[in-house]
Design a protein around this ligand. Sequence first.
Ligand SMILES: O=C([S-])c1cc(C(=O)S)c[n+]([C@@H]2O[C@H](COP(=O)(O)O)[C@@H](O)[C@H]2O)c1
Ligand code: NI
Length: 412
Amino acid sequence: MRHAWIDASAGVAGDMLLAALHDAGAGLEALRAAVEAVVPGSVEISVRTVSRAGLRALKADVRPVAGDLPHRAWRGIRDMLAVADLRPGVRDRAVAVFGRLAEAEAAVHGVAADEVHFHEVGALDSIADVVGVCAALDDLDVSTVSAGEVALGSGRVRTAHGELPVPAPAVAELSRGWRVRSGGPGELATPTGMAVIRALAGRCEDLPPMSPVAIGVGAGGRDTPGRPNVVRVFVGAVDPVAAAQPAVLLEANVDDLDPRLWPGVIEGLMAAGASDAWLVPILMKKGRPAQTLSVLCEPSAVGALRARIFRDTSTLGVRESPRAKTALPRLFVAVEVGGVAVPIKVGHLDGVIVQVMPEFADVAALAARQGRPERAVLQEALAAAAASGLAVGALLPTGLEPGPRSGGSGGE
Ligand SMILES: O=C([S-])c1cc(C(=O)S)c[n+]([C@@H]2O[C@H](COP(=O)(O)O)[C@@H](O)[C@H]2O)c1
Ligand code: NI
């Protein structure tokens, strides 16, 4: 399993990513087969070597051929993806990208996402780009993706529906919460390219510590002197320890809070974005029994959680220290217990299962509903997981369909 990091510092488009991933080693036949499975006989994908401001890059060309697209609304494209003969990972990723694109289009045009209609040629193009990119990631055995700051461009762009400002409205919508900048004149990021990043990249980061095994360079249409119009994709193994994410630990010693308030304080901090919160009994200065409240969170959540600690506890000070946190990759798989689906959290490392556990909130809820001991439901859920091949030390089954995550807050 590998990580792909996308360098979109000069912009991004669906066909640029497609070409970059092929340049990084994804087989052209695998991409074509996946696209063919969704829109048979509708497009031809070819790749050629070009130069962009003196850099060698691959340029992908998607040419529509005979054949009409039966559906152009998002719900129709979703149905086409659902019935196409695609590997589950490719389908899930493609649905996620199109869903994100449809949400953005829906927001800017003021319609429901299901009603978003993609332009005839644009839709075929986007299907080829999106399905091709997802098939390429699958072919390269990429399990996680991240991307850096994205250059969006400036000025205006001519479209079938008239002249639009750059970033185009859908790109602007998709840029919410991501690090972006102009980066130069012209349309540097397209809606499809931005949707791929927003749907598939788990985080915005500069190049993470990794050992690249392949670097692909994908070209945009224009050759701009002095600024290579390319997207780059770094593919490689990420050292799980080196890939630890920045975190912050907030701490306070408290000796005078009514102990009955603590459960609500912890719950409130979790709901406000803490990744964990806990108490440790201590003996404080002057021999006073007290509690250390510890709250672990992402750096972006520090302000809100600090304020909450001051609001909800009696402390007069909060200590903050930078930490690094490594989270095991995990997915949720539903198993059936007594006719009810129970999400099982499966932690894995390098393709091997290292943790299998039902979410306890779901076990407790099912036990309460059925009037049975939690212990019995827990055992049955673990047995059902083992019967599905989810056991510690087993290889993570390929094509695992993730089930819904538990409704419980924060998991166990
Ligand atoms: O035609 C329309 S309505 C249109 C809307 C938007 C919005 O952002 S809304 C953008 N565009 C432009 O279409 C091309 C193709 O984009 P792809 O993502 O399919 O490559 C691009 O120039 C967009 O800015 C058109
Ligand atoms: Ni639009």
